[in-house]
Write a protein that binds this ligand. Structure first.
Ligand code: BG6
Ligand code: MG
Length: 215
């Protein structure tokens, strides 16, 4: 029986995945590091520090420089999200959150981002989320299941009764590691390991998700 849905934020509810990419790209350009959209794929859903490590491709760096580069990337990202408003919710997202509540089920956020609180506030959907797990909630980032386990614990539900909705490979892995069922949004090359895959939430209704989960 499914009683809740745990939503990733960046790339699921809003298109901040693009802003993360542009912020990393700017840092990479400044540092003379080659970085393409393809190079960005493994960074999806991955925490800030681990993302920088992937970007550096093994280049050794003193801790001070690592901290400075993470701060610099985050400042670029903060510039991008300043303009976020309810119109930036991805198609289908708000309708689905409302429909889940109307059906008596729960919703939670499961985002690796330390900026998730600000983005949720700007999108105006705080009232549609029953629990929030973000980049401040747990130590171990995705693909560890900790973030989603934290969200489920706040809802008071076991993982088997929660479905994770994700756009990143690391997020689907985290869901599986925690014993959650999962819905992947995006190309099968990225989220094909999920229990069900949709291109996006556009036009997706609760009944579609439940049917895909055989619930
Ligand atoms: C995830 C994004 O949601 O949050 C990643 O998909 C990002 O791209 C991660 O690196 C951490 O975000 P932040 O805002 O704490 O740097
Ligand atoms: Mg994401």
């Amino acid at each position: 029986m499914i009683r809740a849905f745990i939503f990733d934020l960046d790339g699921v509810l809003t298109d901040t995945a693009e802003y993360h990419y542009r912020a990393w790209k700017r840092l990479a350009d400044e540092e003379g590091l080659p970085f393409t959209r393809e190079d960005n794929e493994p960074l999806r859903g991955v925490a800030r520090r681990e993302s920088l490590m992937l970007l550096l491709k093994g280049r050794a760096c003193p801790e001070e420089e690592i901290q400075e580069m993470m701060a610099r990337k985050n400042n670029y990202y903060l510039e991008f999200i300043k303009e976020i408003a309810p119109r930036d919710l991805l198609p289908g997202a708000k309708e689905l959150l409302k429909e889940i509540h109307a059906a008596g089920l729960k919703t939670a956020l499961g985002s690796a981002s330390k900026n998730a609180g600000e983005v949720i506030e700007r999108l105006g959907i705080g009232g549609l989320l029953d629990a929030t797990a973000d980049g401040h909630s747990v130590e171990r980032a995705k693909p560890a299941p900790d973030l989603f386990l934290h969200a489920a614990a706040q809802l008071g539900l076991p993982p088997a009764q929660c479905v994770v909705v994700e756009d990143a490979t690391a997020g689907i892995e985290a869901a599986k590691a925690g014993g959650f069922r999962s819905v992947g949004l995006g190309p099968p090359e990225r989220v094909g390991n999920a229990d069900a895959v949709f291109p996006s939430l556009a036009g997706v209704r609760l009944v579609d998700l439940l049917r895909a989960m055989h619930a």
